[in-house]
Design a protein around this ligand. Structure first.
Ligand SMILES: Nc1ncnc2c1ncn2[C@@H]1O[C@H](COP(=O)(O)OP(=O)(O)OP(=O)(O)O)[C@@H](O)[C@H]1O
Ligand SMILES: [Mg+2]
Length: 412
């Protein structure tokens, strides 16, 4: 008895007149049912969770929470719900942020009735389709390989964790390779992407040969499937993580399109619980897209003044871009307690506490890099490993409680 399903729509706008206008435009469309209206971002998230609409028509500028943040949260909580952004601004920057947050479509205000219904029908079909796919695939694991395959089958979207230092050589690659391994488990798989595109060395750190690189995935960002990803990724059998290597030659870096890179990240979140990014200190388009997409940024500094000065400039930049300080885990690497520039002092002066300090240990760290065996694998009890495990715990904690207050480590 195939009754054609109606597309269930939630309208979100802080101005009641706009909500009413949109509702009125839709009332003669028999395929559409308006199931609710929300006055702000937080209410939109709550109603999406309880009503599980197929499509959310989302305003961008709202006093309590902007529409992009709400979009991201809804996509994470109700992955099949599709979001159509309705905004007065039509500039590409906004559109890109909206798309990266997981929005399906973007219309400018006021929309024509034709544009609005076309967008809702497109998004609605997509939602109904994804909902039925989720329902049918839920109990069975997805079909890739023999191992228990991550993501897809109704699991929440994975998290993007980016490691970054605005000063080269601070230990970004060292930390992110060890962190990826510390986070990975049977249930929660990790993939490590080498987004240090010109001179990426993740594969070297893990003693793996590069057959394919992310150049094989990025251009296909819109048509990925788990088999293609598994084919291109390198499986690091010593730890279980997957790796997406940087292009084999520096000049190939420019072939990577930043928008497509962003789309690939969003796809990988459906397959992996943790999508980790190693980056270069230079703020390329790819690094900027990563910053926007990241759920957490592990910002790395050392105890030198130039590194601290650069970290300060980076924080000024992220503040200006509206990136919340809670998204940043400020980490001190090569920590030597004999030096008076302590994590507490740096945290205080940059107003960003440093909850993690990874000790300086030339023997353990350079030994592990030269052997291609991250220290968390075979030197678990060493202080450097303990600090990375502590970082992994903090990452998990912050991801489950993103609004949580930053630790008091840098406070008096
Ligand atoms: N905690 C540590 N103790 C001692 N040496 C360390 C530590 N962390 C990193 N190093 C050393 O610092 C050097 C740079 O590390 P790494 O390549 O991880 O930095 P990076 O920030 O990724 O550099 P790049 O800017 O080139 O990408 C390596 O030789 C490594 O052995
Ligand atoms: Mg590096």
């Amino acid at each position: 008895m195939p009754i054609t399903e109606k597309i269930r729509v939630l309208i979100v706008d802080d101005i009641s007149e706009t909500r009413e206008n949109v509702r009125r435009l839709l009332q003669f469309d028999n395929a559409v049912e308006v199931v609710g209206m929300a006055r702000g971002g937080q209410e939109a998230i709550n109603l999406s969770q309880s009503l599980k609409p197929d499509v959310v028509i989302m305003d961008i500028n709202m006093p309590d929470m902007d529409g992009i943040t709400a979009t991201e949260a809804i996509r994470r909580k109700v992955p099949y719900t599709q979001i159509v952004i309705l905004s007065v601004q039509s500039d590409p920057g906004y559109m890109r942020r909206a798309m990266l947050a997981g929005a399906r479509d973007f219309l400018t205000k006021p929309p024509s009735i034709d544009d609005l219904t076309a967008a809702i029908h497109r998004a609605g079909e997509m939602a109904i389709d994804e909902r039925s796919k989720l329902a049918s695939s839920f109990p069975t694991a997805s079909t890739t390989g023999g191992t228990s395959s991550p993501g897809m089958a109704g699991k929440p979207l994975g998290k993007i964790i980016m490691a970054y230092s605005p000063k080269g050589g601070s230990g970004t690659t060292t930390i992110v390779t060890n962190l990826a391994i510390a986070l990975h488990s049977e249930e929660n798989h990790a993939i490590l992407i080498d987004a240090s595109l010109q001179f990426g060395d993740v594969a070297v750190f893990l003693n793996e040969q590069v057959k394919n690189s992310l150049l094989e995935l990025v251009p296909r960002a819109e048509e990925l499937d788990p088999d293609v990803v598994k084919d291109v990724a390198i499986h690091h059998s010593a730890s279980g993580i997957d790796i997406l290597a940087a292009p084999p030659r520096p000049e190939m870096a420019e072939k990577v399109n930043a928008d497509q890179f962003g789309k690939m990240l969003q796809y990988l979140r459906q397959m992996y619980a943790y999508v980790l990014l190693d980056t270069s200190s230079y703020l390329t388009d790819v690094v900027q897209v990563s910053i926007e997409a990241a759920d957490l940024i592990v910002l790395i500094t050392t105890q030198d003044i130039p590194a601290i000065k650069n970290a300060n400039s980076f924080l000024t930049l992220t503040d200006a871009s509206g990136i919340k300080r809670e998204k940043i885990i400020f980490t001190m690497n090569r920590f030597d307690k004999r030096i008076s520039i302590t994590p507490e002092r740096v945290g205080e002066s940059l107003r960003q506490p440093i909850p993690i300090a990874i000790p300086l240990d030339d023997r353990i760290v350079s030994g592990s890099i030269n052997r291609g065996v991250p220290f968390v694998i075979d030197n678990k009890a060493q202080p450097t490993s303990k600090a990375v495990f502590q970082l992994a715990d903090l990452v998990r904690e912050r991801l489950t409680n993103p609004e949580g207050q930053p630790e008091a480590a840098g406070k008096k």
